[in-house]
Design a binder for this molecule. Sequence first.
Ligand SMILES: [Ca+2]
Ligand SMILES: [Ca+2]
Ligand SMILES: [Ca+2]
Ligand SMILES: [Ca+2]
Length: 448
Amino acid sequence: MKWISFVPLFVLFTSCGKGLGLINSAPKSQDQAGIIASCTSVDQAQSLSDELGIQYRVLSKKHKMIEFYKVDKKELKNRLPKAKLKSNIVFEKTLIESENFKAQNVSNKAFYGAHVPQYADHSTERYFPHLAQIDAHQEIAQGEGVVIAIIDTGVDYNHPHLSPNILENDLDKHGNNADGKDNDNNNYIDDQVGWDFYNGDAYPNDDNGHGTHVAGLAASTYMGIAPKAKILPVKVLSSTGSGDLGTVAAGILYALDRKADIINLSLGGSVGNSFSKELKELISSVKIANTKNSLVIAAAGNGGSDGVGDCNDEEPQYPANIQEDNMIAVASVDAYNQITNYSNYGGETVHVAAPGGANASGALLSTALTECEGPCSSNQIPYTGSMGTSMATPIVAGLAAVIKSHSSHLSNAQIKEIIINSVEIYDELKGLIKSSGIINVSNALNAL
Ligand SMILES: [Ca+2]
Ligand SMILES: [Ca+2]
Ligand SMILES: [Ca+2]
Ligand SMILES: [Ca+2]
């Protein structure tokens, strides 16, 4: 399976004959942060835009989520009396926890390919020790039939170890087969492999590397936790890993439309209680996910600006601190089962820990951006090392996919309970992690 990787310059919704005032891309800075109006139709937004000369962006046509820019909130309220209005908070790079902590011991891209020895071989254990740490790769279930949405910086969907697992929307082709029409009627034109909410196009390529690494940890065909799960790439973060709450919420809603079973959020920030009103859009999308039996896995966070882990019970981190019964917040442990220096924690609010890499014991190796001209040769398949709660999160998403593929009748709440109750408990994690333990694939499957 191959995709054309060029990015066409078509504009979303051109077929509607609308254009003035309508923009596609996410806000690039705090200055441009907008106001989200829920319960507002595109027609209402367009007429308001015509009248006032303001810009707007359609976050979700189906859910009537529109973002307006450079507009007075009071004026908007007068014009759209039935709309629910929330200012959209932009995560600056310093707040975002998708930071790609490059480990000291894995300096640059490492190339592995078909010559990499198979699992259980000594070398592979050395390169992918997190698999043995959580007793992964049980042959009885590998994520078959389960969709994991990677809401992130995008995914390199041409990577040879990811492309076989990308969820394809056969009804709405892109690239050479694009017809500029929304053939499956989900309000996104030619969304064959996913959607890029940051740039407003059907090509959720990764211009950072973070999302590609995250996708591989969960579901690479080679050394992913769930090597047969499907990956749905949804780009909501910029090339520097920053983003905003409304775009993340829109990404979640899109993933639900594409029937994602598991939503991976290796991102977040300490937006603080004072912004709780602005969080409502994000919280609402997680609640909707719950009604669709979708499990949301979120990173506990990497300790904020000083990089030293904080207690999420006292300093809430979002989305990880959203208190819904389909949300699992994940901390990071090193290869010695100790919480990593950078990882946030919380005996009340952080449910489980998973391997996330640490300087002392190495970064987690996973898929990296390809630079091959044409298809990559077998010895040119890039993997790289990264560490963070961003890396621990897809390990848990992979486990959720494995459980669901084994027992598809389980509800998201039941899968969450199994993940939490099957951890390996460590005394050192008591009080830091709600379950006091590290996830374990073998235990979880034995509990089914
Ligand atoms: Ca579509
Ligand atoms: Ca189409
Ligand atoms: Ca794109
Ligand atoms: Ca800190």
